[in-house]
Design a protein. Sequence first.
Length: 561
Amino acid sequence: SSRFAEVAQRPASAMEINLFELVSDTAPTEADLPEAIRTMRDQMAARAAFRELVIPVRLGGDQRWWALTGKPRFGSDGRFIGYRGVGADVTVVHRSRERLSYLARHDTLTGLANRAEFNDALATALALCGQQRVALICLDLDEFKAINDTYGHDVGDTVLRTVGQRMRGALRPQDIAARLGGDEFAIILDVADRQQAILVVQRIVNSLDAPFICGDLTIRVGVSVGVALAPDDGNDPDQLYRNADVALYRAKSSGRGAYWMFDVTMDCQVHDQRLLQRDLRDALPNGELFVVYQPIIDLSTRRIISLEALARWRHPRRGIVPPAEFIPIAEQSGQIAAIGGFVLAEAASLAARLPPHLRVAVNLSASQLRDDGLMLYVRDVLDRFSVRSQRIEFEITESVMLDNDSRALETLQALRTQGHRLTIDDFGTGYSSLSVLRSFAFDQLKIDRSFITDLDSDNSPIVRAVIDLARALGISVVAEGVETEQHASILQRYRCASAQGYYFSLPLTPAEALQVIGAVPDHGAANRVTLPATVLCDAGRQPMMTRVEVVQLSETPFRIM
């Protein structure tokens, strides 16, 4: 028909050809023929009807799709005459269906496979796993929520798209990458051994280590990676996912930019940590968390000048859980803000009962510094307990500053403007400690205890250099981890202003701290703590620390120096 010739983009005189030849002339070999065209050919060879076959056709460089229905025609003598049928150009419908099918299997933001497609691919890979091994790699971006909170979701989406592009660039053509949701990604690799999987992982980590440029912003994103290998670490998708997730959890615990291969010993450790994480959610509402206070001593007078507030957890079954165990879990699970708020309120409550010259120090995490509500909460706590801002000082670790987070720096400046003293904690443990001092004007720095432990002779150039540098910058110095009189004497010769450590005192309960300082109101003998006579106070009631043996006060044994 003339209409068929028009659709085929040929003159009517050129339409006297076999229909199969018309639709298959762009397929060079049998293997290249689409399934629908093979079906039509076979039906025509058998002189059978076909219906609604969607055939791809290349016309003038444009890919089109026709839906064809045909029925064989025979003459009165039974001789085959040809086919008669109808066709329709269904290109628009076909492309819409293809798009819907693609969207059903791919993440719209990154173009990577989505969870459903990835799960199907993993099941297929494991079913075909022979001599080769299948590596399942699970990846999480570090602190991605902070990017969304600080810069907005448009910037966050740009980062995710770039992550997808970099991952594709780091992978081989046969590897399958997916975005499972949020900032969670996964990869399937066919590998010969663990070493080959590690090489790919290292390539991915390196590709994501470069800064992300989003308009005028330069953003760094770390990635934590967990790897499980089939069949060694599991031969079904659920088991492999679980073990890769266990390895990922360990990687996130060990720091930014880390990757871990699963091993069986890791399973028990991570399971225990997850139980702690679950129990930690109930610790605050159940009253299991409490605060102790470790004195900071003026080395020249041996008097208490401030107290550091430290969170403790009395687990109903495990007993006292060390902070080194539960604080990292709180930071990873997002519970550190609530715990930090509790510690701040407890510290302000104690400060309200201390003499006005004494301060209480509170630690702040990176997530707290990025919280828009922190300043409002601090002011509310100070008003609630009628405490001046100069009485509460804040300590942060070097790692917070090394992230170069503009939101954190703004919050620190706001705290400084409000009158709070600021201390850089664990100084010397970061890879760029001096740059921290250049990025912000801190009031005080604390030399990490690892440097004090080896302070056994009057020859420690690092400690001396840090003290001299701080003095030149007008920054006060506290030495952490002082455990002997020799430590204290050497630090005093180095002109270190103050110190903190078990040589002077273990952390004190609020009642013990108040009694040592002489600020406990008389609530009756039942609430009174009796101290040994060797704890002296001068006329101004400033506590002077004199060493005595370990004594039992309240619930916690501690040593008063």
